[in-house]
Design a protein around this ligand. Structure first.
Ligand code: NAP
Length: 259
């Protein structure tokens, strides 16, 4: 399917690896020029080169912490006016409800709620002026069903979801859509980190921890970054202009709910 976005320009945050990279790759395949970001310069440059070579689009790489004010400013300056924004950052650490104090919550809110909000605030005016724009926020299945050990994520992402629900309906009259894409478990470094935590906590091997978590997913496997990226690219396509303020779950059926 032609997504109808060839020649558009996208900012994809936290995109040297994992789900962000999957989104960047899928947008590049659709002919979108990219500004990509991550903190580690080496992996970021490797990803930029690989995407340029594979898809022939322009890729600008900005090594910066997207959750810091200075990092965001550098990324936004390099990006300039964009048609498409994919917000993403690392997830907060796991733990118990009793572990976290105010500073932990502030860090989680900064990374997974206030950062995407600041990015939208910076990019939406240009999209509104152009009469066309797409925003996809990578959040988490934890928005629909809480993950006990990820209380910081449950809290911060719920706040972002509320903000998007209101804001998306204010920008939709200008041809701009905002939606959230909610990953269940995907085979990325983040999943390995969480599998390792399960293995340690239960005194089992990493393979056993992975098998245990896979068994909880009706699809009986982890998702891939490529599948996730393709869904993101569709939400950024011309065809998705009537999809507004939705929370789209990509989780292999893991959350057992009718709606
Ligand atoms: P990942 O494989 O660990 O990749 C994270 C990417 O983000 C890397 O490119 C990393 O590069 C970059 N990054 C991290 N923190 C950053 C920061 N502060 N500024 C700029 N770039 C940053 O993670 P993932 O699995 O793709 O997860 C992406 C998001 O989805 C996370 O918020 C995660 O919590 C959420 N999520 C993932 C899953 C899953 O199963 N994978 C499930 C639910 C939710 P650098 O380290 O070099 O910066």
């Amino acid at each position: 399917m032609d997504l109808g976005i060839k020649g558009k320009r996208a900012l994809v945050c936290a995109a040297s690896k994992g789900l962000g990279r999957g989104c960047a790759e899928a947008l590049a395949e659709a002919g979108v020029d990219l500004v990509i970001n991550a903190r580690g310069a080496e992996a970021l440059e490797q990803t930029a080169t690989a995407i340029r070579d594979r898809h022939g689009v322009a890729v600008t790489a900005v090594a910066a912490d997207i959750t810091s004010q200075d990092g965001r400013a550098a990324v936004l300056e390099a990006a300039g006016a964009v048609d498409i924004l994919v917000t993403n950052a690392g997830g907060p650490p796991p733990g118990l409800w009793s572990d976290w104090d105010r500073d932990d919550f502030i860090a989680a809110l900064d990374g997974n709620m206030l950062t995407p909000i600041a990015l939208m605030k910076a990019c939406l005016p240009g999209m509104i002026d152009a009469g066309w724009g797409r925003v996809v926020n990578i959040t988490s299945g934890s928005v629909k069903a809480p993950i006990p050990q990820l209380g910081l994520s449950n809290a911060a992402r719920a706040g972002l979801t509320g903000y998007v629900a209101g804001t998306a309906r204010q920008v939709a009259p200008h041809g701009v859509t905002i939606n959230n894409l909610l990953p269940g478990i995907h085979a990325t470094d983040r999943a390995i980190m969480l599998d390792t935590g399960v293995a340690k906590a239960q005194g089992i091997t990493l393979d056993e921890a992975r098998a245990q978590r896979q068994a909880t997913i009706p699809a009986r496997r982890y998702g891939t970054a490529a599948e996730f990226g393709a869904t993101c690219a569709f939400l950024c396509s011309q065809h998705a202009g009537f999809i507004v303020a939705q929370n789209i779950l990509a989780d292999g059926g893991a959350i057992n709910a009718t709606l």
